[in-house]
Design a protein around this ligand. Structure first.
Ligand code: HEM
Ligand code: HEM
Length: 120
């Protein structure tokens, strides 16, 4: 479970820093919240999940860990993809997707916390 999180985290890191440098080069900061959350919910949070599951492998084998994995990994790209679309097109039709995806990430985070208290 640890290695899976690390590999996904580093993909978000590369996307996040490329977006950051592009924002800097073209002087357009509209996607700052997307850049921030790709780096923080993608790279930083996922690397921390990976480290915790690596040091406490018993916590990584639970149903809670698997549900957290899928909620976070479906939620974050839909949330950030929806947010990027909304910012770039100024079309708010995907707001409901952003809301549901955010709630999935929040629920995943709560399950992660429960798992941590039970199995770490
Ligand atoms: C080469 C790598 C990076 C570049 C070129 C870059 C570039 C930028 C730029 C241009 C902004 C917008 C600043 C503004 O609106 O005034 C920004 C904001 C931000 N970046 Fe990065 N960034 C990089 C890496 C990272 C990483 C690794 C993280 C997190 C781990 C991060 C977190 C943030 C956050 C949280 C903000 C929003 C700050 C705020 O609320 O004012 N960035 N970054
Ligand atoms: C489901 C989880 C999350 C949701 C729904 C969420 C939501 C938001 C919202 C609505 C904003 C304001 C955006 C704006 O004013 O443009 C924001 C900003 C921010 N959030 Fe989150 N957030 C989440 C998770 C996190 C996490 C885990 C971190 C750090 C580890 C974080 C760090 C930040 C930072 C640094 C900003 C300021 C970024 C900027 O200047 O654009 N967020 N977040």
């Amino acid at each position: 479970m640890g290695a899976k999180w690390f590999k996904i985290a580093v993909v978000y890191f590369v996307i996040g820093i490329i977006l950051g440098i592009v924002m800097g080069i073209i002087h357009d900061f509209a996607l700052t919240p997307v850049h921030a959350h790709i780096n923080l919910l993608g790279w930083v949070s996922m690397a921390l999940f990976g480290a915790i599951y690596h040091f406490y492998p018993q916590a990584g084998e639970t149903g809670l860990a698997k549900t957290h994995f899928w909620l976070h990994n479906i939620g974050v790209p839909l949330m950030q993809g929806g947010l990027a679309y909304t910012v770039l097109t100024e079309n708010e039709s995907l707001t409901i997707v952003i809301i549901i995806a955010s709630l999935a990430v929040v629920l995943g985070g709560i399950l992660f916390a429960v798992n941590l208290f039970r199995n770490v």
